[in-house]
Design a protein around this ligand. Structure first.
Ligand SMILES: Cc1cc2nc3c(=O)[nH]c(=O)nc-3n(C[C@H](O)[C@H](O)[C@H](O)COP(=O)(O)OP(=O)(O)OC[C@H]3O[C@@H](n4cnc5c(N)ncnc54)[C@H](O)[C@@H]3O)c2cc1C
Length: 413
């Protein structure tokens, strides 16, 4: 079978690929575009999987990033349930699971990430779930029907969102996590304390500073046993233990992989092979804003990177220079927003009040803002973006203003 010609091959049927396809078609009707994704559904938003869709208040087709008919209307060929099995960067031929071969002009690898699985005794029992896809959310919902006790393993945002969603629809939920407070790893113990109190105030039981030892049950999970000696009844378990970038295709093709496990790209999202780009969860790019490589698992980053990659495929030659943004909804109890990412900060400045659930935490190192987390004060994120971009060193008076909820801060810096 001879390889057919495609100008733009988009590998991975998720957020980044869909936004790349959209950007390509916004800019030009020319050039053939093929989007290949291994899932059953056309590209969809993952955030509802742990929020409204899991609660049953958000319809499946509302999650589709583009209407299914958009692809044919825009002459974008969409192949679902198809995997790209091999990529030859020299001949520019991609092999598909359909046995077809595609000769491409340029390619985007946006293969996302896979959940990190915990292999402990009993992990094969029924009732134990991970959450990455719409079908995963369907399986959790089906399993919940007769359940009394849900245990969520992991205190990251997936764990917190799932726990909140399931508690909101009436389930008894317990979280077991290594951290002392939920969300502490990304946002520190003060923010973690706030989110912990919030979850507990809605009836969720938290066991921090502990770890999963094993599952027990006869065919189906009945108990979660922790290293700290807890024995928690459970008929449904959801594990949120992080993800690993899906780099198998890129690795086999000889593309450079970075220290954070993603496909290493330059600031324009081009991989070590000219004409092959990466975007989204799988992409480890040189951030011109941060001055070091970054790999992030944020919805907004995947969207923005899909667009940057498409622009560069069209010859724009631009850096990916958007300040990374993240959001998370803890049921309808609180929405957090964040720009950063901040690591190794030496100071946190709080503006507003945890008690009122209306605050921003500024994360600083050597008086420079590295990031900001907010609940209820979205407009302050623009200031954080600017301070982060400009790497402004703040003096004592400016720091005091950042922390004073009544002080004007738009002029800082
Ligand atoms: C439950 C859940 C909730 C989330 N909530 C939030 C949130 O509130 N806020 C936020 O900022 N972020 C959130 N995220 C993260 C966000 O959704 C991801 O960062 C984003 O989806 C990444 O997009 P992507 O295109 O890089 O990868 P994905 O969306 O994972 O898409 C990659 C696709 O490529 C496919 N694929 C892999 N290999 C191949 C291959 N060889 N051939 C063909 N197809 C392949 C995969 O099956 C997958 O469908 C959430 C994620 C999950 C799972």
């Amino acid at each position: 079978m001879s390889a057919r010609e495609i100008d733009y091959l988009l590998i991975g049927g998720g957020q980044a690929s869909a936004l790349a396809a959209k950007k390509l078609r916004e800019r030009t009707p020319d050039g053939s575009v093929l989007l290949v994704g291994r899932e059953f559904d056309p590209p969809y938003e993952r955030p509802p999987c742990s929020k409204g869709y899991l609660q049953g208040i958000f319809e499946r087709d509302e999650a589709f990033i583009l209407k299914p008919e958009w692809y044919s209307q825009q002459h974008v060929e969409l192949m679902c349930r198809t995997t790209v099995t091999a990529l030859d960067p020299d001949t520019r031929i991609a092999k598909l699971s359909t046995r077809e071969e595609v000769h491409f002009g340029q390619a985007l690898i946006a293969t996302g990430a896979n959940v990190h699985r915990l292999h402990v005794d009993g992990s094969e029992l029924d009732g134990i779930h991970y959450l990455r896809t719409l079908p995963n959310a369907d399986a959790i919902r089906e399993d919940l029907a007769d359940s009394e006790h849900v245990v969520v393993v992991g205190g990251s945002y997936i764990g917190c969102e799932v726990a909140a969603s399931l508690a909101r629809i009436g389930h008894a939920v317990t979280i077991v996590m290594q951290e002392h407070h939920p969300l502490e790893r990304g946002f520190g113990e003060h923010a973690g304390g706030f989110f912990g109190d919030l979850l507990q105030s809605h009836g969720i039981t938290l066991h921090g500073g502990d770890e999963l030892e094993r599952f027990e049950g006869d065919g189906r999970v009945a108990k979660v046993v922790t290293k700290g000696g807890l024995e928690l009844p459970a008929d449904v378990v959801v594990i949120g233990a992080g993800v690993t970038p899906e780099v198998r295709l890129a690795k086999a093709a000889g593309l450079e992989i970075g220290e954070r496990g993603g496909i290493r790209t330059n600031s324009k999202l081009q991989s070590s092979v000219p004409g092959i780009y990466a975007a989204g969860d799988v992409c480890e790019y040189d951030s011109v804003i941060h001055g070091h490589p970054l790999r992030l698992e944020h919805w907004d980053v995947a969207c923005a990177q899909g667009e940057t990659a498409a622009r560069n495929m069209l010859g724009d030659d631009v850096d990916h220079d958007t300040v990374p943004y993240f959001f998370s909804d803890i049921a309808d109890w609180a929405s957090l927003e964040y720009v950063g990412p901040a690591y190794d900060w030496d100071r946190e400045v709080l503006r507003g009040s945890f008690v009122a659930g209306d605050f921003t935490i500024w994360y600083l190192r050597e008086r420079r803002v590295l990031g900001a987390l907010t609940v209820g004060r979205s407009d302050e994120l623009d200031i954080a973006r600017r301070l982060l971009r400009e790497r402004t060193v703040l003096d004592d008076a400016q720091l005091a203003r950042l922390g004073d909820r009544n002080a004007e801060i738009t002029m800082i810096g």
